[in-house]
Design a protein around this ligand. Structure first.
Ligand code: 1CP
Length: 342
C-alpha cells in the first residue's frame, strides 16, 4: 500500500490506530464554494465539467487546498453510466437531472448498451490519474459510483423524484424487469469502478441515496444484494452509504464492505454497538447544522466525536451532501473542531 503523508483516512477506514478522526464531507467540491462557482461558469454545463479531466481535477483539489480535508473524492457524478448509455441526460439549472429516454419495459432494458470504460467513459480514468498526480501522495483519493438501485431510480423516473412511484411500482408489478435492469447496472458499475481502481483510487464508495425508500426486505432484495455483488467483485476497500438505511446496518456490514456511511437519522452510538468491530462508520452530522452559529456547529460535532473518542474506526462526515447555500466559514469551523478535538 502507498504511504501517504497524511494516512489517517485509510487508517480509520481499516480500523488501525489514528492520531485523530479524519474528516471529509460529501459534495465537498460543490456549489457552496465560490471557487467552484467560478470554474463552473467556464463550461456550458455540469456534464462538461465532469468530462473535462483538467477541470475535474482542479475542482477536486479546491476543498483540499482550502480546508485541508483528510481525503479527496473524484469530482464526477453517479449518472455518468446512464449518460454513457446515451439516454439523453441533461442537468437543467436548479431542476437537477432529466433523461430524454426512460426505462419502462423489458425491451428498454434489453436495448441498453454494454459499455467499455476505456471507450465510453475515458475521462474518468484520465481525471483519476491527474488528481493522483495533483495530490502527490498527500492524502488518499476516493472513487465512487451510485448503487444500481439509486441509478435505476433516475433511469426509470426520468428525473429527480420524491415518491419514486414508477420504480417502486415496477418492483411490485414487474420485479423481473427491475432485476434485469439492476443486474445490468451491477455489471456496468463493476467495470466502471475497476477502471477507477486501475487508474489509482485508494478506496471506493457506493452511494445508495434512494435505497431507504424501500421496505427493509425489498431494500435487501433490490438494493443491498447488488451492492454486495459489487463489494465481492472489487479488490479494494469499499464504503457503502444508504441514506435512511440505518435499519439494516447489520446486513450492510455483512456484505464484506469495510465502511458504512450513516445519515443523521441513525444514532451513532447504537450503530457502533450494532456493527461492533465488523466495519468502520462514517458520518453523520446533519448538514443543516452548518446553518447554525459556530458554537452550535462545534458542539454538535463534538457530540459525534465523543462516541469514538480515543478509538479508531470512525470517519467524520456529514449525513448527506453539503447544501449549496452553506457558508464556507462554517465549514472551516467544522473542520477545525474535528482537527482540534482531543
Ligand atoms: O450545477 C452544478 O454545478 C451541479 C451540482 C452537482 C455537483 C457538484 C451535481 C448535480 N453533482 C455534483 C457532484 C457530485 N455528485 C459528487 C462529487 C464529489 C463530491 O462529493 O465532492 C458526488 C459524489 C455526487 C453523487 C451524486 N449525484 C449522488 C449521490 C450522493 C447524494 O448526494 O445523494 C446523487 C443522487 C447524484 C445525482 C445528482 N447530481 C447532481 C444533482 C443535482 C443530482 C440530483 C440529486 C437529487 O436527485 O436530489
Amino acid at each position: 500500500m502507498i504511504e501517504y503523508k497524511n494516512p489517517r483516512f485509510m487508517q480509520a477506514l481499516l480500523r488501525q490506530p489514528v492520531d485523530r478522526a479524519p474528516i471529509w464531507v460529501m459534495r465537498q467540491a460543490g456549489r457552496y464554494m465560490p471557487e467552484y462557482r467560478a470554474i463552473r461558469t467556464k463550461v456550458p454545463d455540469f456534464l462538461t465539467l465532469c468530462k473535462t479531466p483538467e477541470l475535474a481535477c482542479e475542482v477536486t483539489m479546491l476543498p483540499i487546498d482550502r480546508f485541508g480535508f483528510d481525503a479527496a473524492i473524484l469530482f464526477s457524478d453517479i449518472l455518468m453510466i446512464p449518460d454513457a448509455m446515451q439516454l439523453g441526460l441533461k442537468f437543467v439549472q436548479n431542476e437537477g437531472p432529466t433523461f430524454a429516454r426512460v426505462i419502462t419495459s423489458k425491451r428498454d432494458v434489453e436495448q441498453l448498451p454494454t459499455l467499455d470504460p476505456e471507450e465510453d467513459t475515458p475521462y474518468i480514468a484520465n481525471s483519476v490519474q491527474l488528481i493522483k498526480k495533483a495530490l502527490d501522495q498527500k492524502i488518499p483519493l476516493i472513487g465512487f459510483a451510485g448503487s444500481p438501485w439509486t441509478v435505476a431510480t433516475y433511469m426509470v423516473e426520468g428525473k429527480t423524484s420524491k415518491q419514486h412511484n414508477k420504480i417502486r411500482g415496477m418492483v411490485y408489478s414487474s420485479p423481473d424487469i427491475a432485476h434485469q435492469l439492476l443486474s445490468h447496472l451491477t455489471t456496468e458499475t463493476i467495470k466502471y469502478l475497476q477502471a477507477q481502481i486501475s487508474a489509482g483510487v485508494d478506496c471506493v464508495m457506493v452511494f445508495d441515496t434512494w435505497g431507504g425508500v424501500l421496505e427493509d426486505n425489498l431494500y435487501q432484495e433490490f438494493s443491498l444484494q447488488y451492492m454486495q455483488q459489487i463489494v465481492a467483485a472489487l479488490d479494494i476497500p469499499v464504503i457503502l452509504f444508504t441514506k435512511n438505511g440505518g435499519r439494516c446496518l447489520l446486513q450492510q456490514a455483512q456484505t464484506g464492505c469495510v465502511g458504512l456511511g450513516l445519515d443523521w437519522t441513525a444514532d451513532l452510538k447504537q450503530a457502533k454497538e450494532t456493527v461492533g468491530d465488523m466495519v468502520a462508520l462514517q458520518g453523520n452530522l446533519d448538514p443543516a447544522v452548518l446553518y447554525a452559529d459556530p458554537t452550535t456547529i462545534a458542539s454538535k460535532a463534538r457530540q459525534i466525536l465523543d462516541v469514538y473518542a480515543g478509538e479508531t474506526g470512525f470517519i467524520f462526515n456529514l449525513g448527506h451532501g453539503i447544501t449549496p447555500d452553506i457558508s464556507p466559514e462554517h465549514v472551516q469551523v467544522l473542520v477545525e473542531t474535528v482537527q482540534n478535538y482531543v
